[in-house]
Design a binder for this molecule. Structure first.
Ligand code: ITT
Length: 200
């Protein structure tokens, strides 16, 4: 059966790598912002992951004119009252993820192991100019005491689904997708799209 060709509205290469696999399973063929020559940046002024994901989907749908999928995601650390949350991409004003992970580990330096609980959260949105279909997913875990692993992206080197187990930067794409916030959100979104009759 034919696949559908939709825009995946993200510039994060780590998300693209993970989502290409998840979406190929649903026969969704993805074009990127770069493929369509879209270089404008969507505002992200929402108060929640879902609001931001809807804002991105609408912004890029209006420029691309084809059905659009977006992702807004981040890390919530309980000892920091849920920070960095929706500000994960610009935590502490740092640019690189090495700096952001180091900043996070510094903030948690005095926090004992059992209180280093955290979760990754993802809101996934489809928009076609008429309707929005959305789903959310999360992955509970713990912040380690140093970065480990070089797979994945972002906060993966400091995030451990099991306290004394590997970080998500040691999982590899397929194993991470199987349990991750993004895998859960987008598999639920695909189910919602199927139920709405939006997939072949
Ligand atoms: P787009 O807006 O272009 O999609 P972005 O990286 O700016 O890319 P977000 O605004 O959703 O995306 O920010 C999410 C940040 O949260 C991301 O930059 C990472 O720092 C972190 N993050 C999200 N998912 C993650 C994951 O699976 N592993 C590690 N870090 C993650």
């Amino acid at each position: 059966m034919d696949s559908v060709k939709w825009l995946l509205a993200t510039r994060n290469p780590g998300k693209i790598r993970e989502l290409r696999i998840i979406l190929a399973d649903a026969r969704i063929d993805i074009v990127g912002l770069g493929d369509l020559g879209i270089d404008e940046e969507s505002p992200e002024s929402g108060k929640t992951f879902l609001e931001n994901a809807m804002q991105k989907a609408r912004f890029y749908y209006e420029r691309a004119g084809i059905p659009t999928l977006s992702d807004d995601s981040g890390l919530e650390v309980d000892a920091l009252n849920g920070a960095p949350g929706i500000h994960s991409a610009r935590f502490g004003g740092f640019k690189t993820h090495e700096e952001k992970c180091a900043y996070l580990l510094g903030l948690l330096a005095e926090v004992p192991k059992e209180l280093r609980t955290a979760r990754f959260v993802c809101a996934a949105v489809f928009h076609d100019g008429h309707e929005y279909i959305s789903a959310e997913g999360s992955l509970e875990g713990f912040i380690g005491d140093r970065p480990v692993g070089d797979l994945g992206f972002g906060y993966d080197p400091v995030f451990h689904p099991e306290q004394d187990g590997p970080s998500t930067a040691e999982y590899g794409t397929e194993a991470k997708n199987a349990i991750s916030h993004r895998g859960r959100a987008f598999r639920a979104l695909v189910k919602g799209l199927e139920e709405a009759g939006r997939l072949p």
